[in-house]
Design a protein around this ligand. Structure first.
Ligand SMILES: [Zn+2]
Length: 315
């Protein structure tokens, strides 16, 4: 049996976790701090990964794309804009097409190579998304988090309910429903979740909770040779300076929900940010390495899945 695949994926954008908004200043730090820290770690561990960029950050800071590409990582699309109003499950169809083409084109101009992998900002896609991606020239999507159960608390929760029944292993998506298997040319590589998402945010907020997923990840590996797809963001590895006056923007009127929702959420979001996140991340990558996963860029495995899919269909 082949070794199970491991995909280390990084969403590159200007989201500031400290200021809770998109900021060009944050983009600068992603370029000067977040990316070098991650790239050095990947080199040390000899791992090749996939970076998903918003077109916006790629346009403002093309070097953020070039440095990863030069060091052998895959350059992939994270849409054009990370603004909530531009989420792919709410934009009109014409806008969806425009953003998909634009993001792919910007990245291809920078690296001079084809870009075939995609992940939607905030994992927000809709059921009939497969043809949109294929028409724009994408072959791989990684916006589905099968059996991730915190969707109720996140944006776009209506469409995310489809995660309940979506397959856990990589699959060719249906033309009509990206959340289920079918015969389109689009390969879906789900983000790993064991009810709780296997992502950088959980790693920082509760290293113990992340660790508690390990036995289940290993069990699925042993039983099904299941892949792992770990998601994090270079903006989690920057030391952004906190300005006290904007630290906690008071959003809730009710004092109790203010404390619970705003203060706690804020404190959690910025826990173990920057330099402090590095040993946690290194530890997680080493756990995966020690358990015999084969690390791949997404685009490199498309052909293998295609072959398997074709032989299954003809038999
Ligand atoms: Zn994102």
């Amino acid at each position: 049996m082949n070794k199970p695949y491991c995909f280390i994926t990084n969403d590159v954008e200007t989201t500031s976790l400290v200021y809770h908004q998109l900021r060009d200043e944050t983009g600068k730090l992603v370029l000067s701090q977040g990316m070098p820290r991650l790239l050095d770690l990947f080199d040390k561990l000899n791992i090749k990964t996939t970076f998903f960029y918003t077109g916006y950050i790629a346009e403002r800071f093309p070097d953020v794309v070039k440095i990863a590409h030069q060091r052998g990582h895959e350059v992939a699309s994270h849409g054009y804009s990370h603004l909530v109003k531009n989420a792919f499950d709410v934009m009109p169809n014409e806008k969806i097409k425009e953003h998909l083409f634009k993001s792919k084109d910007i990245l291809e101009q920078i690296i001079g190579e084809e870009v075939i992998s995609f992940r939607a900002p905030a994992l927000r896609i809709k059921k009939n998304f497969t043809p949109f991606l294929l028409d724009a020239g994408f072959k791989i999507d990684s916006s589905v988090a099968s059996q991730r159960m915190d969707m109720i608390m996140s944006f776009g929760s209506k469409h995310k309910l489809n995660w309940l029944l979506s397959p856990r292993s990589p699959y060719f998506a249906s033309e009509k429903n990206i959340f289920s298997k079918g015969n389109s040319e689009l390969l879906e590589i789900p983000v790993t979740s064991i009810l709780v998402p296997y992502i950088g945010t959980v790693m920082r907020i509760s290293p113990l909770l992340l660790k508690s997923l390990r036995p289940f990840i290993i069990l699925e590996k042993n039983l099904f040779n299941r892949h792992v797809n770990f998601l994090s963001h270079p903006n989690e590895f920057i030391d952004e300076v906190q300005d006290e006056s904007v630290r906690i923007q008071k959003r809730s009127k009710n004092p109790i929900s203010y404390v619970l929702a705003d203060v706690l959420r804020y404190r959690l979001k910025i826990k173990n940010l920057g330099e402090k996140a590095m040993p946690l991340y290194r530890n997680e990558l080493m756990f995966l390495q020690q358990n015999g996963y084969d690390f791949h860029r997404m685009k490199d495995v498309y052909g293998n899945f295609k072959l398997k899919h074709a032989s299954k269909r003809s038999s």
